[in-house]
Design a protein around this ligand. Structure first.
Ligand code: ADP
Length: 257
């Protein structure tokens, strides 16, 4: 974007000087485009459960469905679509909070990561049992100075994915260790893996390798994007190694200051 501001410092009708302002607005435009894309995607994602809730509610209120099993089934669907919407809104708010507070440290407290990992696994027990997935933890006692909720979201999303995209009877390994200047957290699974061409994109908002599968397992498509934001906030790095039908390993390194 070029603005030429001609000086009024004129001599005999000729300009003796001029100011040319060159502003690089590439980034601004990119941010603007990303924002409106996000709003469009979020609205679309929210519309799907709303349409379905509306449809089932209509069927129930018109009184044409009187088979009690059908009524129960429709009510259960309304309930699960409502849960889906709630999860989506939670993730959208979390992401927007992280973006709005970018650059601010937040209310940091000592967060013992091993305890957090164990608690997250305990909460995942129903899903683990349903899929016969086992978890192995090899964790050192590492405490990080962080906003507790943000660390919780990070650990939860990585473990959630390792179970959701696993195979029945598969396994998950969690490694937590101190390393020079920081910590390393690795979550490895024996699941479906991520095709090579999708790997660079899975940290993008709403990017899913298989939309149908992600929806079925309760995904919002925002988990890894939230994880990436949290890692960036703490000056860390995230990397991914994956092979289709073999499994995925996501490694996060965070500095410990
Ligand atoms: P979702 O809510 O859909 O799980 P995420 O942002 O957490 O969204 O992940 C984005 C996509 O990356 C997922 O839909 C899935 O296709 C893929 N993915 C994430 N983690 C794994 C994993 N451990 N194994 C295989 N695919 C994964």
């Amino acid at each position: 974007h070029v603005t030429a501001i001609q000086s009024d410092w004129m001599a005999g009708g000729k300009a003796n000087g001029a100011v040319v302002l060159i502003t690089d607005v590439t980034r601004d435009r990119q941010v603007q485009r990303m924002r409106s894309e996000f709003v469009a995607n979020a609205s679309h994602e929210l519309k799907t459960p709303i349409t379905s809730i509306g449809g089932f509610a209509e069927l129930l209120t018109t009184g044409v469905v009187n088979n009690p099993d059908k009524v129960r089934d429709y009510l259960a669907r309304i309930q699960s679509e409502t849960a889906r919407m709630a999860a989506l809104i939670d993730d959208i708010l979390r992401l927007s909070c992280l973006e709005n507070s970018a650059g601010e440290p937040g209310d940091r407290q000592p967060v013992p990561l091993r305890g957090l990992i164990e608690e997250t696994i305990a909460n995942l027990q129903p899903q683990l049992e349903a899929r016969h997935v086992t978890v192995k933890v090899d964790a050192q006692d590492v405490t990080v100075q962080a906003v507790p909720d943000e660390m919780k979201t990070l650990v939860q999303n990585l473990l959630d994915n390792a179970v959701k995209y696993n195979r029945d009877g598969g396994s998950v390994s969690v490694l937590l260790q101190r390393q020079a200047g920081g910590l390393r957290l690795e979550v490895a699974d024996t699941g479906i893996g991520i095709p090579y061409e999708d790997q660079p994109r899975i940290f993008e908002r709403f990017y899913r390798v298989d939309k149908g599968r992600s929806r079925k397992v309760g995904g919002t498509g925002l988990g890894l994007s939230i994880v990436k934001h949290v890692v960036a906030k703490y000056g860390g790095e995230i990397s991914l190694k994956s092979a289709v039908n073999k499994g995925t390993t996501i490694a996060v390194t965070l500095p410990l200051s």
